[in-house]
Design a protein around this ligand. Structure first.
Ligand code: EPZ
Length: 429
């Protein structure tokens, strides 16, 4: 199993290109199931999760060409995907695949809308929490789906097709919004989704659906009104930049000190995180084609943050912010309100010398003068990258085990950081 070795204590200087957003690319690829025509997606990041979803979609009959070439055993090198679901050959998404990546459960709505039936494995729990799918199912039922659970599978049927309905989510769910939104685009009549997720990735999918011919009002607001149409068309769409990758690098620079341009980054996609970083003393300047992040290397100011759906502070940046807070000039508090078990990085940060007290959903971080390198274990995607940030801050050598988590969501992480003066090396085996 690969490990990453970091020699910390260096400031970062240079330019880091920001990739397309994983959490937009995945549902956008799934949207290809809604049409028999070709959906072309540009700026798709080369990530393990993207490659896994490509395999899952191929199983349903989606034909995928990358930059005009067929993907072979070598990894996708191109960044333009042409996805064509001329015929859905299999409306079952098996356990072996869905259990590896939760977002693949989002094929349920599109397959049901297109084929009138779908059989998708329940995703099960995962490292960061129990993550139920009740809201996905209730939303599709409101569109007329009949749903049974059979042998660990959700079996959904709509023999006469889906019909528009009113869906009011009891809490904000990104995935349930994607699932119902995509299904509603093909349902007969009008669907109203209330308390929809406002994450930019939802807006990106909705904009792509509009290019495919869907009629959607309220994009970017909690109320989406969709006029379903019988068939969608092919379209071309560019995946928006990854706000979590942007925030992660911004925090790394705030933590080590330095001066880096995040090329292609957009501040409007992560306003709350930009506000937090600025209040902590990091300079973030909007420049042509990106953001410039500047910090002089002194300890940042402590932070007081609670994770919330957009417009709040994203749970996907909570671990990275905690790494930054470990050496702040005072005591920070971070409350995690989205997932009940998303603090697995805490004990690893403590191994590096952090002083963190965890009580339920609240972490209290007392800033220490510095961290010291040590061997640590990656547990999930965002926790892993928080350890990379901590490793960059720490004196001496940090080794991170189980780095396959990082490859799910960060494209060329070591190369991007090394180009700015970091010292990170991947060790195989
Ligand atoms: C998406 O997950 C993201 N994944 C997550 O990013 C992100 O952390 C999360 O949204 C929150 O922003 C992708 O976009 C691929 P939710 P999702 O449904 O859609 C509860 C990463 O690291 N809930 O918005 O699965 C749920 O348990 C990943 O890139 C229900 O109770 O998250 C959680 O407490 C990790 N019932 C809350 O809602 C449901 O039916 C929000 O989850 C659905 C969700």
């Amino acid at each position: 199993m690969d490990r990453i070795r970091i020699n910390g204590g260096r400031q970062l200087e240079g330019v880091i290109p920001i990739s397309g957003a994983k959490n937009a690319a995945l549902p956008l690829m799934i949207a290809s199931l809604l049409t028999s025509e070709t959906l072309t997606l540009k700026n798709v990041p080369n990530l393990a999760d993207v490659n896994l979803l490509a395999r899952i979609l191929r199983n349903h009959g989606v034909d995928l060409a990358v930059d005009g070439k067929r993907p072979g055993p070598v990894q996708h090198l191109g960044e333009t995907f042409h996805l064509t679901a001329r015929d859905i050959v299999d409306s079952t998404a098996p356990y072996e695949m869905v259990s590896k990546m939760r977002a693949s459960f989002w094929v349920l709505g599109p397959l049901l809308a297109r084929c009138g039936e779908a059989r998708v494995s329940m995703p099960g729990g995962c490292a960061i929490g129990t993550r139920p799918v009740d809201m996905h199912l209730a939303g599709l039922q409101a569109l007329g789906a009949e749903i049974d659970i059979d042998g660990g599978y959700v079996v959904a049927r709509a023999p006469r097709g889906l019909a528009g309905g009113r869906v009011t989510f009891p809490k904000v769910s990104v995935g349930a919004t994607h699932n119902v939104l995509m299904a509603a685009a093909l349902a007969r009549g009008e669907t109203l989704i209330e308390n929809a997720a406002r994450e930019p990735e939802v807006g990106d999918v909705a904009s792509c659906l509009v290019k495919m011919g869907a009629e959607i009002e309220g994009i970017g607001t909690p109320t989406l009104r969709i006029q379903g149409i019988g068939a969608l068309e092919g379209a071309r769409h560019t995946v928006l930049p990854d706000r979590i990758e942007t925030g992660t690098f911004a925090m790394a620079i705030a933590a080590t000190g330095g001066n880096v341009v995040l090329k292609g980054a957009r501040a409007d996609l992560l306003k709350s995180a930009v506000d937090v970083l600025r209040s902590a003393g990091t300079e973030i300047r909007e420049i042509e084609d990106g953001l410039r992040i500047v910090r002089n290397g002194a300890a940042v100011e402590p932070v007081r943050v609670e994770t919330q759906p957009v417009p709040g502070f994203p749970t996907d940046l909570q671990a990275q912010l905690m790494a930054l807070a470990t050496t702040a000039g005072g005591t920070s508090t971070i409350r995690e309100t989205i997932f009940e078990n998303r603090f697995m990085h805490v004990q690893e940060l403590v191994r590096l010398g952090a002083n963190i007290d965890l009580q339920g959903d609240l972490a209290t971080i007392r800033g220490v003068a510095d961290l010291q390198g040590a061997p640590v274990m990656a547990t999930d995607l965002r926790a892993s990258v928080s350890l990379v940030i901590a490793g960059l801050m720490a004196e001496g050598e940090t080794t991170i085990n189980r780095v396959y988590h990082l490859d799910r969501g960060f494209e060329r992480l070591e190369a991007k950081l090394n180009a700015c003066g970091a010292n990170i090396e991947r060790l195989s085996g």
